[in-house]
Design a protein around this ligand. Structure first.
Ligand SMILES: Nc1ncnc2c1ncn2[C@@H]1O[C@H](COP(=O)(O)OP(=O)(O)OP(=O)(O)O)[C@@H](O)[C@H]1O
Ligand SMILES: [Mg+2]
Length: 308
């Protein structure tokens, strides 16, 4: 049977997954007597959009307002003004509800404190499943499936947080966030409590999952370098305002704002040429060579380069 296909309408621009429009959050500053003496503009007129399936990286130093934006998106705090739109729908009043939780989930910085130490991994993952009415009969199976997604064996369901490494805990937190199959994941410094090598593996996992499940990411970090190979677009937040935004490569190659340059100055590798020049780490016997061997090789390379 053939169904007549309607001629595709020219879509002007697809609806973004998330859109923040002139979003602001101000906190009153009070003195010891409770009298308001000032105002902190934690988030000051922030607008941004993330396309469906996109990865947006928000960078900025401590206190720039990153977590406040995450909390606003999650509905954990109300905006002073502005709109939050999810898939074209204004969700400003809806954020924080169960229906909203099905669409948006968050992974926090510290997996140690975001997991209940008295709950087994399986019980932790079961919390969102139960809250969203997942049938009990398939709960076990779903927990195994989620553990498998984050590359942990099914028997981890019986383990407790203190039996896990930091990276494993963060994988469990990711599995829990994915339990209700959200469309948008807000990641607030998800890897900053982890060692660099573990950090990279968690990021790789997130990238793979994002592709497989068609997720959209709002990725927050104070570390701009982390976003380089991960985010498609980045925004730089400074005192509650986005002072620079654009495709990641462009911002890295040609930063316009002084503050972005400052953030980039601490990034070890900046340009593509420098990246190409950097000695690659070759595995020796399938292992990362020791620092000693690596330094010896770099010294040899430097010496070779210094020769005319
Ligand atoms: N509930 C609150 N009451 C008053 N001020 C607040 C509140 N929450 C945040 N702030 C202030 O808002 C500003 C932004 O804080 P926020 O936690 O969003 O920064 P951040 O970029 O996430 O920092 P970090 O990198 O340290 O996590 C800070 O000046 C902070 O002190
Ligand atoms: Mg924060």
């Amino acid at each position: 049977m053939t169904t007549p296909k309607s001629t595709p309408k020219p879509t002007p621009k697809s609806t973004p997954m998330l859109e923040l429009v002139n979003l602001a959050k101000h906190f009153p500053v009070r003195n010891g007597f409770g009298k308001q003496t000032g105002l902190v503009k934690a988030v000051d007129n922030v607008s941004l959009r993330i396309e469906k399936g996109g990865i947006y990286g928000l960078a900025g130093e401590s206190g720039s307002g990153k977590s406040t934006i995450a909390r606003l998106i999650m509905g954990l705090t109300k905006p002073t003004s502005g709109d939050i739109r999810l898939d074209g729908e204004n969700i400003t009043g809806q954020a924080g509800t169960r229906a909203y939780g099905r669409k948006v989930q968050m992974v926090f910085q510290n997996p140690g404190s975001s997991l209940n130490p008295r709950r087994s991994v399986g019980a932790s993952i079961a919390v969102p499943l139960d809250a969203h009415g997942h049938p009990r009969s398939t709960r076990r199976q779903r927990i195994s499936e989620l553990l498998d997604m984050v590359q942990l064996p099914a028997n981890f369901a019986e383990r407790y947080p203190h039996e896990l490494s930091g990276g494993q805990k963060q994988r469990v937190a990711i599995a829990r966030a994915l339990a209700v199959a959200p469309k948008l994941l807000v990641l607030d410094e998800p890897t900053s409590a982890l060692d660099v090598s573990v950090q990279a593996r968690v990021i790789d996992l997130l990238v793979d999952l994002g592709r497989e499940l068609g997720l959209t990411y709002f990725f927050i970090s104070h570390d701009l370098s982390l976003m380089r190979n991960f985010a498609e677009r980045v925004g730089v937040l400074y005192l509650g305002q986005i002072v620079e935004t654009g495709p990641t490569a462009e911002v890295f190659e040609n930063p316009h704002h002084d503050y972005t340059r400052l953030l980039l100055a601490s990034v070890p590798v900046i340009s593509a040429e420098e990246e190409a020049m950097r000695p690659k780490i070759d595995l020796i016997d399938g292992e990362i060579p020791t620092a000693e061997k690596l330094l010896a090789r770099r010294a040899a390379e430097d010496a070779a380069r210094a020769k005319p």
